[in-house]
Design a protein around this ligand. Structure first.
Ligand SMILES: [Zn+2]
Length: 191
């Protein structure tokens, strides 16, 4: 999969839209979470705009002063979805914090009287960007069967497995998949 053209600020890695769902692609904008290689791809307005365009969201009007709050929303969504992608239950306070955001998003949502599509009203630019992500996260979390909501065992990025056999293992075969494969090859041949 092609890497998305984000400014890496000297970081030696790449970002790819491997999540399969917008809320997972959003939490994956932190590479190598909880390690000293951690890198935040949404630390500039330019990157927020490029990311939003790539996932078909509108980041029009987002200002530099809003980056912190976008990252805080991402942390709340991560605390909900990342445990689920590891087969664990999110912490109660994390669910409550997420629910506060969700009620606020839901209050802005209704059905269009002609097309019956979801429409949003009275959104700030930041809400325009984040509301659809919050609703997507709620949809994923509320599924009875979460067996396809998983994480890459190498880098911890999360994805929704939409392969027919449900056996997807890696974020991307070209990255973690092939690294694991060459490691196995090395281990087999070094003896
Ligand atoms: Zn990976």
């Amino acid at each position: 999969m092609e890497a998305l053209d984000l400014d890496s600020a000297g970081y030696p890695g790449t970002y790819k839209l491997i999540g399969g769902r917008v809320s997972l692609n959003f939490i994956n904008t932190v590479s190598w979470p909880l390690t000293d290689r951690r890198h935040d791809w949404l630390s500039s307005v330019t990157n927020v705009h490029r990311w939003a365009t790539a996932v078909d969201l509108d980041a029009h009007g987002i200002r530099p002063g809003e980056i912190d709050s976008i990252q805080a929303t991402r942390a709340t969504i991560t605390d909900l979805l990342s445990p689920l992608a590891h087969g664990q239950q999110p912490a109660k306070p994390a669910i409550e914090e997420f629910n506060d955001m969700l009620s606020s998003s839901n209050a802005r949502r209704s059905l269009d009287s002609t097309t019956l599509a979801w429409i949003w009203r009275d959104q700030t630019p930041q809400q325009t960007l984040l509301d659809p992500i919050i609703v997507d996260a709620a949809d994923l979390a509320s599924r009875r069967d979460r067996s396809r909501l998983r994480h890459c065992p190498a880098c911890d990025w999360t994805f929704y497995d939409e392969t027919r056999n449900g056996r997807r293992r890696w974020c991307d075969m070209a990255d973690c998949g092939s690294r694991a494969k060459s490691r196995r090859y090395y281990e087999r041949t070094k003896a």
